[in-house]
Design a protein around this ligand. Structure first.
Ligand code: GDP
Ligand code: MG
Ligand code: K
Length: 295
């Protein structure tokens, strides 16, 4: 059998479990996960390489009405991605029937003319009867090439996605070397991990106005990787919250980030964090570029 390779986009409204699914499929923590919507800004790719195929998975930012330049960037990335991939996995929440955001995405999926699978996630917390009625409610909305109920959290049904997906993947070359899990530079991943920890630790106090830039990422002579990163926020009061009393919060964010990055890179790291106020950075082109949001 000849080798197959292709690109698969993962799309769905916030919190349906896209990042969790990507991680389940690739077996690695790459895309960042949190219970807050819109944590995924970059198009992060996970790569699955087997004897006979290679699938490049793209975590597509959610589609929504943009209010800032960053928002517009995310929408552009999403709609461009949808046209160029071989297959789209549209992820929906199996515990709820389609809402406005779901149907809005479906309208856009129809225009992309790329094959679409409906992946109904979180079946671990839904009854069979409910699941059947949800499937029913979705199936009238568009012609899905497959409807696959899964639990990304429990890795239940995820192998079926791959098996079905391969029917839509063309013959092609190996795009990435076998041990590649993501084509994002490690610097960007480290920044995403740190941003995840900020979001996780600060609840809703410092909402989406946080960006992380890795200023330097160097391997030292003793093998340790030394990372220096700046956390940007929009207000002085936010800076205070991120740093915390006697630096406690920043310390907490730092050690949680270090743990996660060490696990990912499989090596010891030395992490230094700074916090800076940059009002309105989300509307600043130069700033967006620095943070890796190239358009
Ligand atoms: P995203 O915004 O679509 O990327 O969603 P995330 O992957 O960040 O997941 C959002 C929330 O749903 C997190 O709290 C996940 O733990 C949870 N979640 C994801 N997949 C499942 C699943 O299969 N079952 C259950 N019960 N929860 C899930
Ligand atoms: Mg996500
Ligand atoms: K999320």
């Amino acid at each position: 059998m000849s080798f197959k390779s292709g690109f698969v986009s993962v799309i769905g409204r916030p919190n349906v479990g896209k990042s969790t699914l990507l991680n389940a499929l690739t077996g690695q923590k790459i895309a960042i996960m949190s219970d807050k919507p819109q944590t995924t800004r970059n198009t992060i790719r996970g790569v699955i390489t087997e004897e006979e195929y290679q699938l490049v998975l793209i975590d597509t930012p959610g589609i929504h009405k943009p209010k800032t330049k960053l928002g517009q960037y995310m929408v552009n990335v999403a709609s461009e991605t949808m046209k160029e991939v071989d297959l789209i996995l549209f992820i929906a929440d199996a515990t709820e029937s389609a809402g406005n955001l779901d149907t809005g995405i479906i309208e856009q999926l129809k225009q992309a003319k790329t094959p679409v699978f409906l992946i109904l996630n979180k079946v671990d917390i839904v009854s069979k009867d409910k699941l059947l009625s949800i499937i029913e409610s979705y199936s009238g909305l568009m012609d899905f090439k497959a409807v696959i109920p899964v639990s990304a959290l429990k890795k239940d049904g995820t192998a079926i996605i791959i098996k079905e997906a391969l029917q839509y993947i063309p013959e092609g070359p190996r795009f990435f070397s076998e041990d590649t899990l993501t084509d994002q530079p490690e610097k960007v991943i480290a920044a995403e991990m740190i941003r995840e920890k900020v979001l996780l630790n600060l609840e809703d106090e410092v909402p989406h106005g946080v960006g992380v830039e890795v200023m330097s990422f160097k391997e030292r002579e003793d093998g340790l990787i030394s990372i220096q990163a700046t956390i940007y926020c929009e207000k002085n009061s936010h800076k205070g919250i991120i740093i915390g009393k006697q630096g406690q919060m920043l310390k907490k964010i730092g050690s949680a980030s270090r743990y996660e990055i060490e696990r990912l890179l499989d090596t010891k790291i030395f992490l230094e964090l700074w916090v800076k106020v940059k009002p309105d950075w989300r509307n600043n082109d130069g700033m967006l570029k620095n943070l890796g949001y190239q358009s």
